[in-house]
Design a protein around this ligand. Structure first.
Ligand code: G6P
Length: 492
């Protein structure tokens, strides 16, 4: 393991969100999503200052009490780190998060628009970019510059699509800063980026290229990024190289697949709260349990997954009463109309399945819409089939987490458009996310797969994830950082 580094981690969502409990006492909950879970490991081993948006009213109070300075926090292991909340103007944050980052950029990254009907790039979007996305990124850049003044040798790790403009703003003010950016989402083809007005798509690419290192989860997203730098910025790019020359500077572009901390999952899986949840599932589950665990995000393709299950039940009456799909869905980004509508579509599709097939004593689909991590881990232990059919997904950590702790020789059904497929595809049943008939067939193949075959595939996935764990992901990025530092320090 490389030595302790001074790192400034920058992400929109932080590791904790503060709240008040029923007695009025301040409580800290873990931030949602795979990204913050993964980054938490970084904090355990390095000297980290984490810069994130103040999300709740209580976060804002915490920031205010600290006079805008970082607060002392502790990781799960007790390792100390510093957390600096950035407080944004509420309207600017709304335009940034609810108009630009999540509907617009997220939709570009995951190809979520049918272009005949959406998007309409109107004044509202331009306004949200200029008065929301850019000012919020400026706030982040200010916080980074302040931290760099305190620790000039620290390297900065930006994360994700919320922060494309910030690196360029930092670079203008601290030309020698060492900046890296990890893009956790897929990179779409250059043509799709052309939906965005030219100044916006250029700003996204130029902002990213202000970093010394830009990383993706797979070579597929990395390749698309190289193509789009060529197409959108007119840069000369050698597709086989892992560097781009931008004026006098060189930017490394890497594929570094993220992973999970197997030990952490083993511990969580054995914890009393998870065991209690597991007993509850084991007590009501039928012979075969099909599981999905997702945020209610249009990119996760829940509706088509339910349709596939309906087709499967249609074709296999012999399984009625013997199978159940458990869908554990974390409600996500509900202030954004597209997400609220999608959740409605999920509920309607779920209703259709149960209305058609439900019988005395058998509920074919158990849909639970809540954020309940211990319950998800309990279900990870119990599934026979795990359905991951995302339209596109940067990685999809559920595909790595769930097999790790599964006790039943569970089969993974995996969309060919997830980053995880590049690593785990050979041991999964691959599906095209748009082909609901194919997914219904995969459900049947998984349910009827011979026991030794199921075990063989599951073990291979577990071995792969244990070998390529989160520590390996972090090491690889630190090596990229060292290389970039050496290049910067080298005489011109
Ligand atoms: C994805 C993104 C993350 C994001 C997470 C949760 O994993 O890559 O950047 O934090 O979703 O989404 P949210 O909007 O709740 O932060």
């Amino acid at each position: 393991m490389a030595g302790r580094r001074r790192l400034i981690v920058v992400s929109n969502r932080g590791p904790v969100v503060h709240d008040r409990d029923a007695n009025g006492a301040r409580v800290a909950r873990r931030g949602g999503g795979g990204l913050v879970t993964a980054l938490r490991s970084l904090v355990e081993h390095h000297d980290v200052t984490w810069i994130a948006s103040a999300m709740s009213a209580e976060d804002k109070k915490v920031a205010e009490e600290a006079g805008g300075e970082p607060i002392a926090e502790e990781a799960r292991s007790g390792a100390p780190y510093r957390l600096r909340f950035v407080v944004h103007d509420p309207s600017a944050y709304d335009w940034y998060y609810n108009v630009v980052a999540n509907p617009m950029l997220w939709f570009v990254h995951h190809y979520l628009w049918g272009l005949a009907n959406a998007p309409d790039v109107d004044h509202g979007l331009h306004h949200a970019w200029n008065e929301g996305y850019v000012p919020v990124n400026r706030n982040f850049a200010d916080a980074v510059v302040t931290e760099l003044e305190r620790e000039p040798d620290a390297a900065v790790f930006f994360h994700d699509y919320h922060l494309y403009v910030a690196p360029g703003l930092v670079r203008e003010r601290v030309p020698d800063a060492l900046l890296t950016h990890f893009v956790h989402v897929p990179w779409s083809m250059p043509e799709y980026w052309r939906v965005l007005p030219q100044p916006i798509r250029r700003a996204v690419h130029e902002g990213l290229l202000a970093n010394d290192v830009v990383s993706f989860h797979t070579s597929r997203w990395r390749r698309n990024f190289l193509r789009s730098c060529e197409d959108i910025l007119g840069l000369e790019v050698d597709g086989s190289s892992d560097e781009i020359a931008v004026g006098e500077r060189v930017v490394a572009v890497r594929a570094r697949p993220i992973s999970v901390d197997p030990q952490e999952f083993d511990e969580i899986a054995a914890s009393p709260v998870v065991e209690a949840q597991e007993e509850a599932i084991a007590g009501t589950r039928p012979e075969t349990l099909i599981l999905r665990v997702d945020r209610t995000d249009p990119s996760k393709n829940v509706v088509r997954g339910l349709r596939a299950y309906e087709l499967y039940l249609d074709a296999h009456p012999e399984m009625h009463g013997r199978v159940q799909m458990l869908a554990l869905l974390d409600p996500s980004r509900q202030d954004i109309p597209e997400y609220a509508e999608y959740l409605g579509a999920v509920q309607r599709a779920a209703r259709t399945v149960n209305d058609r097939f439900q019988q005395e004593g058998w509920i074919p689909l158990d849909l639970q819409i809540q954020d309940n991590f211990p319950q998800a881990v309990a279900a990870y232990k119990q599934f026979d089939v795990l359905l991951v059919n995302a339209i596109f997904d940067g990685m999809n950590l559920v595909a790595k987490e769930a097999p790790l702790v599964n006790t039943r020789g569970g089969v993974l059904i995996l969309s060919e458009n997830t980053g995880a497929h590049e690593e785990l595809g050979e041991w999964a049943l691959t599906v095209n996310p748009f082909d609901v008939a194919g997914q219904a067939g995969a459900l049947h193949a998984a349910v009827t797969m011979a026991e030794d075959e199921r075990r063989r595939r599951l073990e291979a996935i577990v071995d792969h994830v244990r070998e390529h764990d989160i520590a390996g992901w972090i090491e690889a990025q630190l090596a990229d950082l060292d290389e970039a530092r050496a290049r910067l320090g080298a005489p011109a």
